[in-house]
Design a protein around this ligand. Structure first.
Ligand code: ATP
Ligand code: MG
Length: 537
C-alpha cells in the first residue's frame, strides 16, 4: 500500500457549522419517520407558544392547522397570542441554531436549547426548499411579516420580503411546508399530542384543524395562569469544570470570591472562606475572567467537599394532584387511580426536580391487545407529552424495574396505565430531539418510589374489590335460604315474615362488613377512598 501523508489527508479538512451538522443528522432533532417528523414540527412550535405566553403572563390561545398539499407533503400553520418576537431578533430566533432566550437560564420552561424553531426552518428547507412565512406583532400598532430560511454554511438567518402590515395582530404566526411527512390519527399522532398537551396545560385553549378540514377545540378549563416560572441560580453541586469556567468568563464580578457569591445559589462569604481553606492554590482575589482550567478543577473538587444547603425548589411548578386526576380521567376514564406528588429532590448534586406519578386501573387504561390488555406508560416532562423514544427514557426504565406482582398488578396483561411528569429547571433530555429523559440514577430512583407509592393505592383498591366480590358471593348464597326460612319461622311463631326477613338480612350482613362499607362509599360519593370516586374527582 502506498503511504498517504498527513498533508494529503488533511487536504480534506473542513470546518462545518452546527446547521450543516443537523442538516446531515436531522434524525437527532426528531426528524426521522414520516409521522414522527410532522409531530415534531407541531411539538416545537406549540411548546414555544406555551413558553412565550407563560413568560408574558398571557392565557394561551393556540391555533394549529395541518393541510395536505400532495402525497407526503403538508403545510403546518401555528399561531399564538403571545408577545411575538421583536423584528431585530426574528432571524436569530427562528433561523439560527443554538440561539434563544432559554439556553443560558435555569428556568422551568419547555424549551431549553435554542434549536427547536430553527430546526423546523431547516427541515422545511431541506425537504421542500421553501422558507417559513412569519407574522409577528405586539397587538399595538403594526405587525410585520417576512420569510425566514437558514444559510446553513454559516448558521446565519436569511430574511426576505420583510414588510409591515396594518394589523392589530398580537403573537407569532409561523407557516411552513414540509415533505417526507405523513399525518396519522394514532397514539403517536398530532391529535393525540395536542390533546395530551391541552390536558396538562388546562390554562391553554388549543384549536386544531386536521387535514380533512375538521376542527377540534380543546377548551380552556382553568382561567388562571399557572405561576410564572422564575429563573433560579445554579447550585454549585450541579456544576462541572467546564460550566464553572463558562460562568466565570462571562462574569462582570471583580473577584473570583464575589463571582461565586453573585452567580450561584447557597454560596455565602462563609462558604467562600471554607473553599479558600481547601482550594489553596486558587487566588480568590483575581478576576473571574482569568480563571484557568486547573483552578476551576480545584474549585470543583473543593465544592464537592463542602456541605451545602440543598437548592431552592420553590421555582419548580408541578401539574398538581387535582389537575393530574382531571387529566387522567379525560384520557383514560379509569375505574380507579392513585396519584402521588413527591417532595423536591436533586440530581447531579445540584439540579432540583419534582416527580408526579399515578397508576390508573381499568376503564380505558392500558393498551388493547388481541388477547386482552397490556400496561401503558404516559410520559411528561414539564407538562410536555413525550410520545417517542420510550425505550431510551428514564420513565420507561423506572416502570420496567417495578416488581408489579408485589402490588397484585400484572402489568403485561392488565388494563393499567402509569403516568409520570418530571418538572425541573433543567430536563436532562437523552437527545436533542427531546423525546426521552436521560437515565440519571437519582431520577430513576425517584420515579420508582413515586410509582410504587401510587401502585400501593391501586393494590388496596383491587384487594378491597376482591374481598367485596368474595363476600358478595357468600352473602348472596346465604340469603337464598333467608326467604324460605323466614316463611317457616313466620308460620311457626306467627310473626310478620317481612320483619323476620329483615332481621335475617341484618344478621347475615354482620358477617360481611366489606359489602356494607362498599355500599356506604357508593352512596356517599364525595368522600375520599371510594372506588368510583377515584375516577370521579
Ligand atoms: N411563539 C413564540 N413567541 C415568542 N418567542 C418565540 C416563539 N417561538 C420562539 N421564540 C423565541 O425564539 C427562541 C428560539 O426558539 P427555539 O424553539 O429554537 O429554542 P428554545 O425554545 O429556546 O429551545 P428548544 O430548542 O429546547 O426548543 C426562543 O428561545 C424564544 O426566545
Ligand atoms: Mg423551543
Amino acid at each position: 500500500m502506498a503511504d498517504i501523508s498527513a498533508e494529503e489527508i488533511f487536504e480534506e479538512f473542513r470546518e462545518h457549522s452546527i446547521a450543516e451538522f443537523f442538516k446531515k443528522n436531522r434524525q437527532m432533532l426528531g426528524y426521522s419517520g414520516m409521522v414522527r417528523s410532522l409531530v415534531t414540527v407541531v411539538h416545537e412550535y406549540v411548546t414555544n407558544s406555551l413558553d412565550a405566553t407563560e413568560e408574558a403572563g398571557i392565557l394561551p390561545d393556540i391555533y394549529v392547522a395541518v393541510t395536505q398539499i400532495a402525497d407526503s407533503r403538508y403545510k403546518v400553520h401555528v399561531m399564538d397570542n403571545g408577545p411575538g418576537i421583536p423584528r431585530n431578533f426574528i432571524g436569530k430566533a427562528l433561523a439560527t441554531i443554538l440561539a434563544g432566550t432559554k439556553f443560558h437560564r435555569y428556568v422551568q420552561l419547555r424549551g431549553q436549547q435554542g434549536i427547536g424553531a430553527a430546526g423546523c426552518t431547516l427541515f422545511a428547507q431541506i425537504t421542500t426548499g421553501k422558507p417559513i412565512l412569519v407574522k409577528s406583532g405586539t397587538g399595538k400598532g403594526k405587525a410585520y411579516t417576512c420569510h425566514v430560511a437558514i444559510n446553513t454554511a454559516g448558521n446565519k438567518p436569511l430574511i426576505t420580503g420583510i414588510a409591515e402590515v396594518d394589523e392589530n395582530f398580537r403573537g407569532l404566526s409561523v407557516e411552513g411546508e414540509f415533505a417526507e411527512v405523513k399525518y396519522e390519527k394514532s397514539e403517536h399522532g398530532i391529535y393525540e399530542y395536542l390533546k395530551r398537551t391541552a390536558l396538562s396545560n388546562p390554562h391553554a385553549q388549543i384549536k386544531f384543524k386536521d387535514p380533512t378540514g375538521e376542527e377540534f377545540v380543546f377548551l380552556r378549563s382553568v382561567d388562571r395562569m399557572p405561576p410564572t416560572p422564575k429563573p433560579v441560580k445554579a447550585h454549585p453541586l450541579g456544576l462541572g469544570v467546564n460550566d464553572l469556567l463558562e460562568f466565570a468568563h462571562v462574569s462582570q464580578s471583580r473577584k473570583i470570591s464575589s463571582f461565586l457569591v453573585d452567580t450561584f445559589t447557597r454560596v455565602t462569604s462563609n462558604k467562600v472562606a471554607e473553599l479558600k481553606e481547601i482550594a489553596k492554590s486558587v487566588d480568590f482575589d483575581r478576576e473571574p475572567k482569568q480563571l484557568q482550567w486547573h483552578e476551576a478543577e480545584e474549585l470543583i473538587k473543593a465544592i464537592r467537599q463542602v456541605k451545602w444547603i440543598a437548592p431552592d425548589a420553590s421555582a419548580i411548578i408541578p401539574i398538581g394532584e387535582a389537575q393530574v386526576k382531571v387529566t387522567l380521567k379525560n384520557i383514560l376514564n379509569p375505574e380507579f387511580m392513585s396519584v402521588v406528588e413527591r417532595k423536591p429532590k436533586v440530581f447531579r448534586g445540584g439540579i432540583p426536580f419534582i416527580i408526579e406519578a399515578a397508576v390508573a386501573w381499568g376503564g380505558n387504561s392500558g393498551y388493547k391487545t388481541e388477547s386482552g390488555y397490556t400496561g401503558s406508560i404516559l410520559r411528561y416532562a414539564n407538562r410536555v407529552p413525550l410520545l417517542f423514544d420510550a425505550g431510551n427514557c428514564a420513565i420507561t426504565e423506572a416502570a420496567k424495574e417495578i416488581q408489579w406482582k408485589r402490588y397484585n398488578i400484572d402489568f403485561e396483561n392488565q388494563a393499567v396505565s402509569v403516568f409520570v411528569n418530571l418538572s425541573s429547571v433543567h430536563i436532562p433530555y437523552a437527545g436533542v430531539g427531546k423525546e426521552a429523559i436521560s437515565k440519571e440514577p437519582e431520577i430513576i430512583e425517584e420515579i420508582k418510589l413515586a410509582i410504587m407509592d401510587a401502585a400501593r393505592g391501586v393494590q388496596n383498591y383491587v384487594r378491597g374489590k376482591q374481598t367485596v366480590n368474595f363476600e358478595t358471593g357468600r352473602y348472596k348464597s346465604t340469603m337464598r335460604y333467608a326467604k324460605p326460612l323466614a316463611q317457616d319461622l313466620s308460620y311457626l311463631s306467627g310473626a310478620e315474615q317481612k320483619e323476620i326477613e329483615k332481621d335475617l338480612e341484618k344478621l347475615v350482613a354482620k358477617h360481611y362488613p366489606h359489602i356494607k362499607n362498599a355500599k356506604v362509599a357508593e352512596e356517599t360519593s364525595g368522600e375520599s377512598g371510594s372506588p368510583a370516586e377515584g375516577a370521579e374527582e
